[in-house]
Write a protein that binds this ligand. Structure first.
Ligand code: FNR
Length: 381
């Protein structure tokens, strides 16, 4: 922030936007209509998606004075590792398409290496998970699994994630079917049809064994096979299978109800991930920030990860004040990828961190424990 102000004194403007509205506008121009519809679009009339972001406004923090905040500690402990910041990059399928070179997952991984913010790599990536992990450098990475119906294929993806050195397995629970997304349904050239997003499958020996022809020779048939294997309906009974197949910490993504949080903990989940998929899966819901406190309470000592609607450092601090252990940045870093690849994504993450750090300084919260102790208050009651 000091760098930006000092440069400003010399008349040098920031390379990339420092606020979400400008970032979003410029990214949409860079992405073009089809990809904008995919990234920005949500379910139904997008009411839940909009609420995810606006609901942050009815939570506020009260500053404390006469506290030495000359240094701040934003580090967190998660899965036995100390991370320098409380942010992570949420899994975004088709990140690859967002950056100009169509290797956005590699760029996101490089942004992770540059910032120390862990990248949760999606199953639906343009580059194989091994390459993506390698590009994360010294920053630990997490792998997000869309569980295939074929258990052998699921096991193969999990083994590859383990062998590549991922530090957590994030199992997404809310997407065994795709929600009602009018912007995608209306689009004539929905980018997913290009099939580029399936590199984790196309490089997988079990997936390849399901095909009559290698994907390089008959990509269309490979895409249909992928579609046929996508979307295992999961129930709580499946947790025993996940626990039997991997020793990686298991994170259950999509938990919004406190009873589900309790069930996740009882089933042996290592973290509860409170998210409504950015409002892309179900409309008519409730902003996740309004559900977070209940989920945290129900999760006891089990860490809670949070995403959906985080657009700024202030949003991130509010979620931490409500008890999230780590906060996921979604669309904003993908917009950073669209504007400047790894550098653009790193810029977005650093801007969010700088704002969060400054807020802690001004509000008299030197550590995240102080943020949590300060909590939040409703502004509309
Ligand atoms: C997602 N999300 C997602 N989640 C997941 O588990 N696997 C995935 O492949 C994807 N893909 C994906 C694509 C796009 C374009 C978006 C916007 C989102 C959901 C993502 O992890 C996260 O929950 C949301 O992005 C949070 O909402 P906001 O803050 O980005 O609005």
């Amino acid at each position: 922030q000091n760098e930006i102000y000092n440069a400003g004194l010399k008349g040098i403007l920031p390379t990339y936007p420092v606020d979400f509205a400008t970032l979003e506008k410029r990214a949409h121009e860079a992405l073009g209509p089809s990809l904008t519809n995919y990234v920005a679009g949500g379910c139904g009339d997008e009411h839940t998606q909009d609420q995810n972001a606006t609901a942050f406004h009815h939570w506020g923090m009260v500053p404390r004075m006469m506290v030495d905040c000359s240094t701040r500690d934003l580090s967190i402990e998660l899965f036995g590792h100390r991370y320098p910041t409380p942010l992570f990059m949420a899994p975004i399928g088709l990140n690859g398409e967002a950056s100009q070179d169509r290797h956005g997952d590699m760029a996101a991984a490089r942004a992770s290496a540059m910032t120390g913010v862990p990248f949760c790599a999606s199953t639906l990536a343009n580059d194989p998970l091994e390459d993506v992990k390698a590009a994360c450098g010294d920053t630990p990475a997490w792998f997000q699994l869309y569980t295939p119906r074929n258990r052998e294929l699921a096991t193969s993806l999990i083994r590859r994630a383990e062998d590549a050195g991922y530090k957590a397995l994030v199992v997404t629970l809310d997407t065994w079917v795709t929600g009602w997304r009018p912007r995608d349904l209306n689009a004539s050239n929905f980018p997913q049809l290009r099939g580029k997003v399936l590199q984790n499958y196309f490089t997988d020996p079990v997936f390849r064994s399901l095909l009559a022809q290698p994907p390089e020779e008959d990509p269309a048939a490979a895409i249909f096979t992928w579609a046929a294997t996508f979307g295992q309906v999961l129930t709580w009974e499946d947790m025993a299978w996940f626990k039997s197949v991997t020793k990686l910490p298991i994170v259950l993504k999509g938990i919004c109800h406190p009873d589900d949080a309790r069930r996740a903990v009882d089933s042996g989940a290592d973290a509860v991930y409170c998210s409504n998929h950015g409002g892309r899966q179900a409309n008519g819901g409730i902003a996740t920030i309004d559900l977070l406190e209940e989920v945290v309470k129900a999760s006891g000592d089990t860490p809670v990860l949070f995403d959906s609607g985080v657009r700024s450092g202030t949003d991130a601090i509010k979620a931490l004040a409500m008890g999230a252990r780590a906060v996921g940045v979604g669309r904003p870093y993908t917009y950073g990828l669209a504007l400047g690849g790894a550098e653009g994504a790193a810029w977005v993450l650093r801007s969010i961190l700088a704002e969060a750090d400054l807020l802690m300084a001004v509000n008299g919260y030197p550590t995240l424990a102080d943020v949590r102790a300060a909590g939040v208050r409703r502004t509309d009651r």
